[in-house]
Every structure is written in structure tokens, then in C-alpha cells.
Design a protein around this ligand. Structure first.
Ligand code: G3P
Length: 217
């Protein structure tokens, strides 16, 4: 399973990259705003900075909601770096734009996916990634993980190459459950990735090993 970090914070991206397990980055307009990155030029520059830190795919979201606007923005984003994946919203023009970019060999991530039907449309349009938001479904008392399972089943039935990118991942159990269900990718916060490290028996076992070593040296 690929690990992406879901942030526009460069320090956190550097920390995840240094851990040696990072396969890519996802961002969205809210995450950019959270870091105080505003204005088209600054946002484009920030994407370049992110690409310079990581080796893998970097999702960059369009703001336009009409086909022509998405194509214009998506082409500008894709021209920044071959690592850029054009992130498009799951609306009719987003699906059309996804087909347009996939026909041109430009990678796409269809975002704001909340149903299996939407994921099927994204795959039909040739999306590289589809982003079901599991945490936001959990927020409204709907099982986000069940959506991952449904999409996995449908994609496997037909051999769709679109990768399932579990998004809106909030904690370690989301990551583990997505891995069990065969999600191709998960994108989550640094806290969830680092949370996988923790076990009290690891800490107490290491402390004991070091204490025993010191006794004999
Ligand atoms: O990956 C999608 C993500 O950015 C949304 O996460 O926690 O705002 O639902 P969240």
C-alpha cells in the first residue's frame, strides 16, 4: 500500500520523507489556506517546493468548476513537474476533464468521492486515482470503510486500473483497516503515519535491552 501525506506543510512533508516510507503528497485548497499559501502564483510555487522534497506523486487541485477552466488550470499544474497529479472534483465537468487528461496521459485524482457509483464513473473516465473520503462519511454516521470495500469489489470485477486512494484518513485504525481491505493508497496526516510506530511493549522491550547491555559493559 502506498503512503501519501495529506498536508501542504513542508516541515511535515520533510519529516515523513525522512522516515523513508512516503510515496506521495495530497493537498487541497483548505490545506493550502491552512498554511497561509494564497494567490495563484504562490500556490504554484508551493507545489514546486513540494515536488522538490518528495519523489512520488503530488496531487494539485483545480479551483475551476467548469470544463474549460479545469483544463486550463490542470494543464498549468501538470506543466509544473511530471510528479503532479491533477486533482478534479467529482462533478460532471470534473469527469469530462478526467477523461480529457487521461487521454493525454496526464495523471488525475478524482476527489470528493462519497459513493461507489461516483468511483465507478471516475474509473470509466480513466482516473489514475479515486479519492473516497472515509473520515467525512464516518462523521455523518456512515461507514467510510464500507465504501472502500465496495469500490475494491467493483474495480476487481472489471480490472479497472484506477487506484483507490483512501482519503480523509484520520487515525491509525483507518490506515490498518484500509490496508486489510486492499486500498491501493492511503493519504493521512503525519500523526496517523507516526502513530503506527507506537507500541508500549516496543518501548519497554528496548529499555530492558539497553539496561541489560549496560550491566555487562
Ligand atoms: O484527503 C482529503 C482530506 O484532505 C480531507 O480530510 O480530514 O478534512 O476530512 P478531512
Amino acid at each position: 500500500m502506498k503512503f501519501f501525506i495529506d498536508t501542504a506543510n513542508l516541515d511535515q512533508i520533510r519529516e515523513a520523507q525522512a522516515l523513508g516510507v512516503l510515496d506521495g503528497v495530497t493537498t487541497n485548497p483548505s490545506l493550502m489556506a491552512k498554511e497561509g499559501i494564497t494567490g495563484a502564483d504562490n500556490i504554484l510555487k508551493h507545489y514546486v517546493d513540494i515536488c522538490n522534497i518528495v519523489d512520488g506523486d503530488v496531487s494539485a487541485e483545480v479551483i475551476a468548476t467548469d470544463f474549460a477552466g479545469m483544463i486550463k488550470e490542470g494543464e498549468a499544474l501538470a506543466a509544473l513537474n511530471p510528479q503532479i497529479v491533477v486533482k478534479l472534483p467529482m462533478i460532471a465537468d470534473g469527469v469530462k476533464a478526467c477523461k480529457y487528461f487521461s487521454d493525454k496521459g496526464i495523471k488525475t485524482n478524482v476527489t470528493l468521492v462519497f459513493s461507489a457509483g461516483q468511483a465507478l464513473l471516475a474509473a470509466k473516465a480513466g482516473a489514475t486515482y479515486v479519492s473516497p473520503f472515509i473520515g467525512r462519511l464516518d462523521d455523518i454516521s456512515t461507514d467510510g470503510l464500507n465504501l472502500i470495500s465496495e469500490i475494491r469489489h467493483i474495480y476487481d470485477n472489471y480490472g479497472f486500473g484506477t487506484e483507490i486512494l483512501a482519503a480523509s484518513v484520520r487515525h491509525t485504525m483507518h490506515i490498518i483497516d484500509c490496508a486489510k481491505l486492499g486500498s491501493d493508497v492511503m493519504t493521512g496526516p503525519l500523526s496517523a503515519i507516526k502513530g503506527l510506530l507506537k507500541h508500549p511493549l516496543t518501548d519497554s522491550g528496548l529499555a530492558q535491552f539497553l539496561a541489560d547491555y549496560k550491566k555487562g559493559n
